[in-house]
Design a protein around this ligand. Structure first.
Ligand code: SF4
Length: 94
């Protein structure tokens, strides 16, 4: 067997070995996959941050937010979750 093939097998085996570890920690790629990134162009344009620095304004008390204290949906970012303690410049009093 070639060295290249051995390297591929080792990488595959390491990847498989990590799956139970991630599951034990409650880590799911889906949990992270749909969180809104501050690098998202629309998020950046609205100065979205995961931790508000504006007194009294958080995603959790924004009229466009539906969710719990940790994360939820925002009508401006369909298909993505925003951070409950987050904020953006489109914040609307709820
Ligand atoms: S519109 Fe409201 S809920 Fe959506 S990201 Fe901005 S502050 Fe958060």
């Amino acid at each position: 067997m070639s060295d290249k093939m051995d390297a591929k097998r080792r990488t595959l085996i390491k990847g498989i070995a990590m799956i139970p570890a991630a599951a034990a920690l409650g880590v799911s790629s889906k949990a992270f996959a749909n969180m809104l990134s501050t690098d998202d162009p629309q998020a950046a344009a609205l100065q979205y941050t995961e931790n508000s620095t504006v007194d009294g304004q958080y995603c959790t008390n924004c009229a466009l937010y539906t969710g719990d204290d940790s994360k939820g949906d925002c009508t401006l970012f369909p298909g993505k979750k925003v951070a409950g303690p987050g904020w953006c410049s489109a914040w609307v009093a709820g």
